[in-house]
Design a protein around this ligand. Structure first.
Ligand SMILES: Nc1ncnc2c1ncn2[C@@H]1O[C@H](COP(=O)(O)OP(=O)(O)O)[C@@H](O)[C@H]1O
Ligand SMILES: [Mg+2]
Length: 364
């Protein structure tokens, strides 16, 4: 879903990126010292493209984007670079960032209740976003709010405008939040676990809606999820995060067909087979370490079945995988494990269709 129709003139690759995050670090003030939670993250998204960002809870998926948007608060030190359409965002004042947030860059969360104001009617909240980002007021704002609610699949839109968030279901509120995000006509939508709190059927509907809207508006999307089924269904490219780093990056196709990093292989191997019996999934043993308690060297080493002494020497950097120029992984043991048979429980083609069944097996 990238740009087509480019001239034959050579352009550096970066120019294609709507957002280009380089070497992003986050340090949290934890009283008497700082602890590093993000260790130099590189991510990029082209116009119209969906980047899936996946990893277990606590890997740094959310703070990456909160850091980019200046939403981490005073206790966090952010450095590195995040260029949005050529404009550096890191280091902007809160006031300068407000011009981007909710406008050209919109954000939706897992929990719409936390983003919607419980004491204001839906219509007023959407109208306020329209005033802020598009200067619409009065009848024009009301009409556009109704159109947006209609567009996100809320029936009786005119009537719903007069309701409060608590009168709507979780799925409906998520649609309202998407409508508010669309109010600013964003070039980039950051969707952070947008369907995690919803049941499987509603989840599928919301993802379909996001896909349709994206095709219509050509907005780019960062889709954050701990659910590989969602990522397989939606993403063009995928960045896998672990303990504050990107540890593998590839096209969705390459990632699901030829996962390289032992962590990615573990995540994919833990998915249920759609044809097989339903059973509780065996996740990768252990848990993501806290930022203050990383093992020396590779942060995944204490959970990795391929660990060797060399893994403790230092954190591995991303290197190209198997001669593919758009597939990289951060593991010093890649050569040794590459040839080993990967016993994938699921094939990517199945993943796309089994999403609805995933919720039953995966403990979020
Ligand atoms: N304000 C904060 N202060 C200290 N640590 C934090 C703060 N916010 C997040 N963290 C830590 O940063 C790490 C990454 O968090 P997060 O990005 O929320 O993970 P994810 O979204 O991948 O589940 C976690 O270990 C989390 O505990
Ligand atoms: Mg998160």
């Amino acid at each position: 879903m990238t740009h087509s129709g480019k001239q034959t003139i050579f352009k550096p690759k970066q120019q294609d990126f709507l957002i280009d995050v380089r070497g992003l670090t986050v340090d949290f003030d934890i009283g008497n010292h700082y602890v590093r939670a993000l260790h130099g993250v590189d991510l990029s998204i082209r116009r119209g493209e969906t980047l899936g960002v996946v990893g277990e809870s606590g890997c740094g998926k959310s703070i990456t984007w909160l850091a980019v948007l200046g939403l981490l608060g005073g206790g966090a030190k952010v450095s590195g670079s995040a260029r949005f359409d050529g404009q550096e965002l890191v280091g902007l004042t809160p006031r300068q960032l407000t011009a981007f947030r909710g406008g050209r860059i919109a954000l939706i969360f897992q929990d719409p209740a936390s983003a919607l104001n419980p004491v204001h009617r839906i219509g007023r909240q959407i109208a306020e976003a329209l005033r802020l980002h598009r200067g619409l007021t009065g009848k024009a704002a009301k009409e556009e709010a109704r159109r947006l609610l209609d567009r996100v699949g809320i029936s009786n839109a005119a009537q719903r405008l007069n309701e409060y968030p608590h009168e709507l279901s979780g799925g409906m509120n998520q649609r309202v939040m998407i409508a508010m995000a669309l109010a600013g006509e964003p070039d980039l939508l950051i969707a952070d676990e947008p369907t995690t709190a919803l049941d499987a059927t509603i989840q599928a509907q919301i993802l379909d809606l996001l896909r349709d809207l994206q095709a219509e508006t050509h907005m780019a999307m960062a889709l954050i999820s701990h659910d590989l089924g969602v990522i397989a269904d939606m993403a063009d490219r995928v960045s896998v995060m672990y303990a504050g780093r990107v540890i593998e990056e590839a096209s969705a196709e390459a990632l699901f067909e030829r996962p390289a990093h032992p962590y990615t292989r573990g995540l994919i191997g833990a998915l249920p087979d759609i044809d097989g019996p339903r059973h509780r999934l065996e996740a990768i043993p252990g848990a993501v370490p806290a930022p203050s308690a990383l093992p020396p060297g590779c942060a995944f080493s204490d959970r990795c079945s391929h660990v060797e002494t060399i893994c403790h020497k230092g954190p591995p950097i991303l290197g190209l995988v198997g001669g593919e120029d758009d597939h990289s992984a951060a593991c010093v043991r890649l050569d040794a494990i590459e040839d080993q048979e990967l016993n994938l429980a699921s094939q990517p083609s199945k993943l796309v269709h089994q999403r609805a069944g995933l919720q039953e097996g995966v403990e979020a």
